[in-house]
Design a protein around this ligand. Structure first.
Ligand SMILES: Nc1ncnc2c1ncn2[C@@H]1O[C@H](COP(=O)(O)OP(=O)(O)OP(=O)(O)O)[C@@H](O)[C@H]1O
Ligand SMILES: [Mg+2]
Length: 138
């Protein structure tokens, strides 16, 4: 468990995933990277200026969230944060590949999903397609 990648969308389950990563880091001396992805979105009839404004707001929010994580945890847990744009599952998988992570940790659900479904679409796609082990925290 040398390198762990945590997928964080600002949700409670992903916060739980991060805490689990810190536990493993404490036991195995792993390094923890937190990645958050601004999702691409396609809406018909939306003006480019509106789209740009939405992306800017999402980016600002994600930046603030990662800054908050760093200021809260970086003292006790050496961690890196990464902010990307694109398809969340694909970007997380690619990031894990690039950094040669041995474990990806995600929450079972995120910010949008209905809890009645077994797994969110992002975590389920990561489980299906990642090259390394995946831990889904409930
Ligand atoms: N944009 C994202 N960036 C980083 N990690 C993400 C992102 N979206 C989801 N995840 C990861 O996947 C986990 C599950 O979220 P997911 O999006 O699959 O479920 P959901 O939001 O409940 O449902 P859905 O998005 O399918 O409607 C989150 O706890 C987080 O670990
Ligand atoms: Mg989601």
């Amino acid at each position: 468990m040398k390198k762990i990648l945590v997928a964080h969308d600002g949700s409670k389950p992903s916060e739980k995933a991060m805490r689990r990563a810190f536990e493993i880091e404490g036991k195995f001396g792993s390094s923890v990277t937190i990645v958050s992805v601004i999702p691409d979105f396609y809406l018909a009839d939306i003006m480019e200026t509106d789209r740009a404004r939405i992306v800017r707001t999402l980016t600002d929010d994600a930046k603030k969230m990662l800054e908050r994580i760093k200021s809260r945890h970086q003292g006790a847990h050496p961690l890196k944060t990464v902010l990307k744009k694109g398809n969340p599952a694909e970007v997380v998988i690619e990031e894990a590949r690039k950094m040669k992570a041995s474990l990806i940790i995600t929450g079972s659900h995120g910010r949008h999903g209905a809890q009645k479904f077994l797994l969110g679409s992002v975590s389920s796609k990561i489980v299906d397609h990642a090259d390394c082990s995946v831990l889904v925290v409930k």
